[in-house]
Ligand binder design. Structure first.
Ligand code: MUC
Ligand code: MG
Length: 374
């Protein structure tokens, strides 16, 4: 008898961050996770997660919208479907709903987690096998204060937790931002790599000025300097500078990747399971990057442990991942809703080796942090 999907729940969970996290478009004091619990007729439960950054300021889906989409449209389309046929289930979701990639990603993770548990294998094995069991992870310095950022970086270097730091810029005038970045790079010297993420905040002229100065200051990578839709402008910047340009918001799925590759618009692609509608979409995006000779980077939507470990299993199967990852989301949160939080040491995230994601929900914490707690 077929194993069918019997229930799908989407739960909003609000978790405080360890400090304010300042980006060009929002300042985060907390993160909201949409935790998905998907149960099947064999009694197995899979879990998944979707997050975004700053409500609707990063992308077109908000946590509340993701829950509404799942409750109203996606869960009813999944109930009664074969829980063991993940491609079949996702094809059905793509038929009933256009877009809504973050919501679909959370559901695909839950299906994969359940199937891994069912077969008794880790998710990486289900995906064909991991080629690495740990992933390099950078840290984002985004307190908004230069001295505090330097102090934070020095501590994390000493703890051997991170040796690459990404700075969030684009809020202030270009020269002020560059002065902040250059001061941090000067303090850390060759002991750390420093990258920047502008989150689309600059126009092309600002970007030309800013990137020239950042290049001179020894910055290693420039992420999404201009608007996501300005692909031709991104191509002009990529041709103009030696420092690599990374596309983030501009690359969601394989179709964007094709177009950016055709234009020569990026040296690096930031892959995220949420942007691509799940792990399989991320892998298809990565394949286009590989075919075009574009370096790859494992990005984050600042997920908690569930979303982070889902992405990690996917990234571990990639043949090349030249720029490592930024899968530090769980470390930005004061607390989490899993029993055992992911392990970070020696500048890397270690993958759990249990079946599926290798994680279990902490029911007490979930009850405590869920938005609808009674
Ligand atoms: C982004 O745009 O890359 C990744 C790290 C971080 O601090 O924010 C995210 C989003
Ligand atoms: Mg980014």
């Amino acid at each position: 008898m077929a194993i069918t999907i019997t229930s799908v729940d989407a739960i909003l969970v609000d978790l405080p961050t360890i400090r304010a996290h300042q980006l060009a478009m929002a300042t985060m004091q907390q993160q909201t996770l949409v935790i998905v619990r998907l149960r099947a007729s064999d009694g197995i439960e899979g879990i998944g997660e979707a997050t975004t950054i700053g409500g609707l300021s990063y992308g077109e889906e908000s946590p509340e919208g993701i829950k509404l989409t799942i409750d109203t449209y996606l869960a009813p389309a999944l109930i009664g479907q074969d829980a063991t046929n993940i491609h079949g289930a996702m094809a059905r979701l793509n038929k009933v709903a256009r877009g809504n990639r973050f919501a679909k990603s959370a559901l695909e993770t839950a299906l994969l987690d359940a199937q891994g548990k069912r077969l008794g294998v880790p998710l990486g094995t289900l995906l064909g096998g991991a080629v690495r069991d740990a992933l390099p992870v950078l840290w984002t310095l985004a307190s908004g204060d230069t001295a505090r950022d330097i102090e934070e970086a020095e501590r994390l270097l000493a703890e051997r937790r991170h040796d690459t730091f990404k700075l969030k810029i684009g809020r202030r005038a270009v020269r002020e931002d560059v002065a902040h970045v250059a001061a941090i790079k000067r303090a850390l010297g060759d002991r750390a790599r420093v990258t920047v993420d502008v989150n689309q905040a600059w126009n092309e002229a600002d970007a030309a000025t800013g990137i020239a100065m950042l290049e001179a200051a020894g910055i290693d990578l420039i992420e999404q300097p201009i608007a996501r839709d300005n692909r031709v402008g991104l191509a002009r910047l990529a041709a103009r500078f030696v420092v690599p340009i990374m596309a983030d918001e501009a690359v969601t799925g394989p179709e964007d990747a094709m177009e950016l590759a055709r234009l020569g618009a990026a040296d690096v692609f930031a892959l995220k399971i949420a942007k691509s509608g799940g792990i399989f979409g991320m892998l298809r995006t990565a394949a286009v990057g590989d075919a075009a000779g574009i370096a790859l980077y494992g990005g984050t939507m600042l997920e908690g442990s569930v979303g982070t470990i889902a992405a990690a299993h996917g990234f571990c199967t990639l043949p090349q991942l030249a720029w490592g990852t930024e899968l530090f989301g769980p470390l930005l949160l004061k607390d989490d809703v899993v029993v055992e939080r992911p392990a970070y040491r020696d500048f890397a995230l270690r993958l759990p080796d249990g079946p599926g994601l290798g994680l279990a929900l902490d029911e007490d914490k979930l009850a405590h942090y869920r938005r609808d707690r009674t």
